[in-house]
Design a protein. Structure first.
Length: 277
């Protein structure tokens, strides 16, 4: 990505990576845990080559200037509000919205509640929140995969576990798909005062009412990988029930959770297929 610009919304200042022609079709990329907008670099490079304008924020808690204290500030409606503020700050009427991991959760919520601002949605790894909630309740495999969430919700204990011993456990979350320099970058970012607590507050602010997120009514592509350690097949396959629009379900065999780094071409191709005009 070629530049980083500040974007201020509701007294919070976000670091935003921007690349591509100013008149290109805008694509907003939302990262997941425990990464930053850097995770989108391989995808952004491909999109810029195809003439898209790419906007990728370091989201709430990840941008030092957007790190409020208090778990209540990290509920999904607030995170989706940041996307709305970002679009307004950049003067964007409608965008192709893309999210991975937690970024996908925010993207699903935003697209469901603000369809007038989304030309198309590409969700990576995490399915529609209602499908994910159903899988947590009904699928033993998904409950096992998501068992780490209970630990992440324990303030203090989770931070200590992830950052002790040179952040060994935090580093162990990544596969070889993520290069060592990027892992060092994420560890440094999460080691800043208050940063990991802010990122984990996304988990601590989770509520059951996310299951009631309305269906999405914009053209949608959902990309899931069979080697994703966090998301099982049951919720992934049910995701389409919560999309009342054109829908594509892309399955990537033997690809890990870190799809933006491991399969950037698949994401860029999915975005390009829904290009306006």
């Amino acid at each position: 990505m070629t530049s980083t610009e500040p974007a201020t919304y509701d007294d919070l200042t976000f670091d935003v990576r921007v690349a591509g022609p100013r008149d290109g079709e805008p694509v907003v990329l939302l990262h997941g845990f425990p990464e930053t907008s850097r995770s989108w670099t391989p995808v952004a490079r491909l999109l810029v080559e195809r003439g898209f304008r790419v906007i990728a924020p370091d989201q709430r808690g990840y941008s030092p200037g957007a790190r409020p204290t208090g778990v209540e500030h990290y509920a999904v409606p607030a995170l989706a509000g940041d996307v709305l503020g970002l679009l307004d700050e950049f003067g964007l009427d409608r965008v192709h919205l893309v999210g991975h991991d937690w970024g996908a959760a925010v993207a699903w919520y935003f697209a469901a509640h603000h369809p007038d601002r989304v030309s198309a949605l590409t969700a990576v790894s995490v399915p529609h929140l209602a499908a994910y909630g159903w899988a947590l309740r009904e699928d033993a495999d998904q409950r096992e995969r998501s068992s780490y969430i209970g630990l992440f919700r324990e303030e203090g204990k989770a931070e200590d576990l992830l950052l002790t011993d040179g952040a060994r456990r935090l580093r162990a979350m990544f596969t070889s798909a993520v290069d060592h320099d990027s892992i060092d970058h994420y560890v440094a970012a999460m080691s800043a005062p208050g940063a990991l607590t802010a990122a984990l507050n996304w988990y601590r602010a989770m509520t059951r009412d996310l299951d009631s997120t309305p269906p999405v009514r914009v053209p949608t592509t959902y990309i899931w990988s069979t080697a994703d350690i966090a998301i099982g097949r049951a919720g992934a396959e049910r995701c389409g029930e919560f999309v009342d629009a054109e829908y594509d379900f892309v399955v990537l065999p033997d690809v890990s959770h870190w799809i933006p780094e491991e399969a950037p071409d698949e994401i860029a191709n999915a975005i390009s297929r829904r290009r306006n005009g």
